[in-house]
Design a protein around this ligand. Sequence first.
Ligand code: NAD
Length: 329
Amino acid sequence: MIKIAFFDTKDYDKKLFNEYNKNYGYEITYYESKLNIETVHLAKGYDAVCIFVNDRADKPVLDKLNEYGVKLIALRCAGFNNVDLGNLGNLKAVRVPAYSPYAVAEHATALLLNINRKIYKSYQRVKKYNFDIDGLLGFDVHGKTVGVIGTGKIGKVFIQIMKGFGTNVIAYDVYHDDKAAEELGFKYVSLDELCESSDIISLHCPLTPETEYIINKQTLSKMKDGVIIINSSRGKLIKTDDLIDAMFEERIGGVGLDVYENEEEYFLQDLSGSYKRDRNLSLLISMPNVTITSHQAFFTSEALHKIASDTCQNVKDIFEKGECVNEVK
Ligand code: NAD
């Protein structure tokens, strides 16, 4: 029987994986701890580890997994920036490349509308029976220019949604999908042009050495005053220090974040009873034109089902056939 150690698991993971595992019969142990060098010993005696976005499979962890004879890292997510692919050794890694681009693109849209129309403020006011609308002024998204960085699965769904709003969409990507550009009606431009022309910028590229801090002092300086920036991709796409500087200079209209560069120790858990604080995160949370959600863009019922079913199948493919279409190399 294939033994899998699950890291960073929540009740909803257990519930769905137990359901799908009825068809596979893996022996699963669920750990709440994240995978890192302190916890990697928990993987001893297992054939595979199953990890999520904030588990860390860096070289020291991978060396230990190899030493323990673990054969597979099954990522139950799309991004794989947390796995040092150059140091896999005898391990294989698989992921779930497309569980629901709609979940993430719709959440990015929710962040945009929430920031622009100040829903978070009106919600709090109305709760207190305050029906004043002063200070809640937004703008029509219709007719604005939306810049999309990364036109893959999620980026394309986001573009489709934005076209529905009647916006002019421009995009930056190292790979040009000209067919999609024609069908959806958007135009590829340089990163500089995107920064200079967009009223709204949404990030949908993966975190790689090339995209790390793609939003930095230089790119921020090119953006229009009042720009709205949405990041539902990976925290490290934005250099938070530079973003905060631009916010203090009152050049940014609003920011919607589902991810944050130091989210690992904070997101996806309840720290309301602790004094542990991250300086930049606290600063952002305190700002009136910032909305932060805790890496929940993926969190729809449809996406969770697909993650569980595809992960179970990925493990089967690797152990039975030695290969899997969702392998990352
Ligand atoms: P995808 O692979 O389908 O598309 C990524 C796109 O980014 C591709 O078109 C690729 O060419 C482009 N790209 C790569 N390098 C680039 C660069 N240097 N500059 C500009 N563009 C570049 O991926 P996807 O399914 O659309 O997912 C995008 C990202 O969304 C994932 O990598 C992940 O980090 C993030 N994500 C977040 C959540 C969440 O819950 N917040 C959930 C799923 C995915």
